[in-house]
Design a protein around this ligand. Sequence first.
Ligand SMILES: O=P(O)(O)OC[C@H]1O[C@H](O[C@H]2O[C@H](CO)[C@@H](O)[C@H](O)[C@H]2O)[C@H](O)[C@@H](O)[C@@H]1O
Length: 231
Amino acid sequence: MPTHALFLDLDGTLLDFAPTPAEVVVPDGLPALLAALASARNGALAILSGRTMDDIDGVTGAPFPAGAEHGFVCRDSAGVIHQPITTTANRPAWRQALDDAAATMPGVAIEQKRYTLVAHFRRAPDHGPALRALIDRLIAGVPDIEVLPANMAWEIRPAGADKGRALDWFMQQTPFAGRVPVFVGDDTTDEAAIAAAKAQGGIGLNVHRDFDGTTNAVRAWLARAVAEPQP
Ligand SMILES: O=P(O)(O)OC[C@H]1O[C@H](O[C@H]2O[C@H](CO)[C@@H](O)[C@H](O)[C@H]2O)[C@H](O)[C@@H](O)[C@@H]1O
């Protein structure tokens, strides 16, 4: 009888990083792998990602339970959307300021989500510090807004949600409740979920610390878990 609930990050864990978010390539077989893992756990598989729900569905190929935008938007196993936070960092003036800056910084891209704004500098690492300084000026003195250091990106977001809290929330819902959580992630944005899984007596794995640092190793481990009942 499977007893684990599986929580998976996307970029850097199941997907290799690409120069821009839109250029990411979904590995052959990933949607089928996720479907098989979910089926073997009575549906107790959730994606916890910084991406939007639409982006997540585009990668996974099915509306799995998911915590999108780092947990600001959670979709349960019945497909019901829960949005616990009412403030947003997606503010027109901040978007304009970031667009203006990006226009002078070749390679920088701005991503707008429901709750957050992201300044990506993967293609222009030298601009990272200046972007961070701009963001710090924009949000100075604004309550309940914070900067999340992401992977080659700065994310402006409201305080109050993260992947750890999303994992805790899912663990109170059917079919996750009563199972042992297992989370796999790769970067600083995932550490809250790694800690939350461990705090619930589960397993929190990091792609770099616990695998060989490649998404291939994670997918191979998951493929073996389809054949074996755990995790
Ligand atoms: O929580 P995740 O599933 O790991 O998502 C985190 C962010 O992923 C995307 O950005 C990252 O991946 C891009 C594609 O490989 C890459 O170009 C970028 O540098 C990375 O930061 C996504 O665009 C963000 O919205 C997510 O928060």
